[in-house]
Design a protein around this ligand. Structure first.
Ligand code: NI
Length: 171
């Protein structure tokens, strides 16, 4: 396994719709293993392929932070089937280092996806896992969490990013 470079906003790959995964081979398995290692190393709970420069529809997640093997998921070609309710909570993104802000999301979602072998599956999740699935599926669609913030919080975040860019703390 090897650590991948996480790209930061506004890298164009983050703003592009990912292409569907069609080939389920060893190369895909390796990408997923590397994405898990990169995510754990960065202390994130989710990481989507565009964040490591791959414009593909897949992401990895583990909201237990490596504590519970059963909460470790790789979702390929995710499609949100249902989303309901509402939660407001702090959200961050490995492509926006140092930016944390309240974001409103649905509290429950059912997502249909393929596993590493190409088999179809569904996942029904709530709370943080629902937030994570929605955030990472957005990445597959070229949507970043900046787009989900209120206008005021978005302006505040953009100003902070500009400050960090000027001081060389954002590359
Ligand atoms: Ni993110």
């Amino acid at each position: 396994m090897s650590l991948l470079k996480i790209v930061h906003y506004p890298e164009p790959v983050l703003l592009k719709v990912g292409r569907p995964v069609e080939v389920f081979d060893e190369k895909l398995e390796k990408l997923i293993a590397d994405m898990f290692e990169t995510m754990y190393s960065a202390h994130g709970v989710g990481l989507a392929a565009p964040q490591v420069g791959e414009s593909q529809r897949l992401f990895v997640m583990d909201c237990s932070g490596g504590e519970d093997e059963s909460r470790r998921f790789a979702l390929i070609n995710p499609e949100i089937v249902t989303q309901e309710g509402e939660q407001v909570g702090d959200e961050g993104c490995l492509s926006f280092p140092g930016i944390y802000t309240k974001v409103k999301r649905e509290v429950r979602t059912v997502v249909r996806f393929q596993n590493v072998k190409g088999e179809f599956n569904e996942l029904d999740v709530t709370d943080l896992e629902a937030r994570c699935v929605l955030h990472e599926t957005d990445h597959c669609d070229g949507i970043v969490f900046l787009d989900r913030m209120t206008a005021l919080k978005r302006e505040f975040a953009k100003r902070k990013i500009k400050r960090l860019q000027k001081t060389g703390k954002w590359d």
